[in-house]
Design a protein around this ligand. Structure first.
Ligand SMILES: NC(=O)c1ccc[n+]([C@@H]2O[C@H](COP(=O)([O-])OP(=O)(O)OC[C@H]3O[C@@H](n4cnc5c(N)ncnc54)[C@H](O)[C@@H]3O)[C@@H](O)[C@H]2O)c1
Ligand SMILES: CC(C)[C@H](C(=O)O)[C@@H](O)C(=O)O
Ligand SMILES: [Mg+2]
Length: 367
């Protein structure tokens, strides 16, 4: 009997619909080979939802996501909605989705594929072999802490306020995910904070340190975030697993993306203690290239592979997608963001077509 999964698709804005279309074709193509069947249904989020319904996360979208086995999200946002009040912006919809599904753990792997070493802006000896997992706390910290808002002093001066706050239990649950993740990888965990300045970071460091005794096989280290940013670029191979808060994780994962050649290569999984996860590229809606068939769909495609692995435990199907990505890169196909000399420049759609061909070829070489 085939395994059946309900997946909510959230194409969102900008390049979102373009990279989602490629990914959906790929999922449909691989399903029969692995005895899988998918019920794929789209819902609105972000700017597309604002335009259609006036709100960036309609209640029906959240409900549909809750009823799904997994959610595949592309990207939200764009210039058109940047001047709306905060609560009406596309980004608020994304944060509402993460909070609404209690997705506190965001796994962002940054792995350099051998074919893309030349596309990295750093030297071969620095990036070759990089394989880092950033575990980013996703539903707390300065993104959600109270008080927040735009206030006015008695003398009428505007004051913008956000609060970086973590409770012990919020730190413990993300730290446990990170220790477990590190234990299954290279056994090294680096916790990144700003404990030399921030109270919230001192609590973070104290809790992570206290938990370390429960994970004797994991070697724990700590770095301040400014140094961590520098070390990521100077000597990224020193890192195996990184755990950090919401804002630092947002910034460090974009920096880590450039080790791999392009942010168009970085997938992610946003997971809670139970319920459906959201699988989404690390990048945004790339409004500068939207609608031009220039987007790299591989981060979205690799996010679908993470969904197959983490949400459905379909390791073979996930591996097939990852192999297809390697095959198209071996064959020299590149979107503009990862282009190097001697390779063939393709658009988003054509990258989708060569991926489908790679799956056909993989299947026929196995039969
Ligand atoms: N998860 C999300 O949906 C998400 C993540 C980040 C930013 N955003 C939103 O996206 C909008 C644009 O933000 P930004 O410009 O700061 O970041 P961005 O990630 O959208 O783009 C940064 C740069 O990377 C390029 N890029 C990104 N993805 C690419 C891809 N797949 N292929 C090729 N090039 C790619 C873009 O063209 C741009 O030059 C904003 O509204 C922001 O809030 C959404
Ligand atoms: C769009 C924005 C809310 C989001 C974040 O800051 O988490 C994005 O940058 C990301 O990395 O997923
Ligand atoms: Mg980001």
């Amino acid at each position: 009997m085939s395994q059946h999964y309900r997946i909510t698709l959230l194409p969102g804005d900008g390049i979102g619909p373009e990279i989602m279309a490629v990914t959906v074709q790929l999922l449909q193509q691989i399903a029969p080979s692995f005895d899988l069947s998918f019920d794929l249904s789209e819902a609105l989020i972000g700017g597309a939802a604002i335009d259609a319904t006036g709100t960036p996360l309609p209640e029906e979208t959240l409900e549909q996501c809750r009823r799904s086995d997994a959610v595949l999200l592309a990207s939200i946002g764009g210039y058109k909605w940047d001047t709306l009040p905060r609560h009406q912006r596309p980004e608020t919809g994304l944060l509402g989705l993460r909070a609404g599904l209690d997705l506190f753990a965001n796994l962002r792997p940054a792995t350099i594929l051998p074919q893309l070493i030349d596309a990295s802006s750093l030297k071969r000896e620095i990036v070759e072999g990089v394989d880092i997992m950033v575990v980013r706390e996703l539903t707390g910290g300065i993104y959600f802490g109270q008080p927040k808002g735009l206030f006015e002093t008695e003398t009428g001066i505007k004051r913008g306020v956000n609060t970086m706050a973590y409770t012990e239990s919020e730190i413990d649950r993300i730290a446990k995910v990170a220790f477990d993740t590190a234990g299954k990888r290279g056994g090294k965990l680096c916790s990144v904070d700003k404990a030399n300045v921030l109270e919230v970071s001192q609590l973070w460091r104290d809790r992570v340190t206290a938990l370390a005794s429960e994970y004797p096989d994991v070697e724990l280290s700590h770095l301040y975030v400014d140094n961590a940013a520098m070390q990521l670029v100077r000597s990224p191979k020193q890192f195996d697993t990184i755990v950090t808060g919401n804002l630092f994780g947002d910034i460090l994962s974009d920096a880590a993306a450039m080790l791999t050649g392009s942010i168009g290569m970085l997938p992610s999984a946003s997971l809670g203690a139970s319920g459906p996860g959201v699988f989404e590229p690390v990048h945004g809606s790339a409004p500068d290239i939207a609608g031009q068939d220039k987007a790299n769909p591989l981060a979205q495609v690799l996010s679908a592979a993470m969904m197959l692995r983490y949400a459905f435990n379909c390791v073979d199907a996930a591996t097939a997608i990852e192999q297809a990505v390697q095959t198209v890169l071996d064959r020299g196909y590149r979107t503009g963001d990862i282009m190097s000399e001697g390779c063939q420049l393709v658009g988003c759609q054509q990258m989708g077509e060569v991926l489908l061909q790679a799956i056909v070829d993989l299947n026929s070489s196995e039969t």
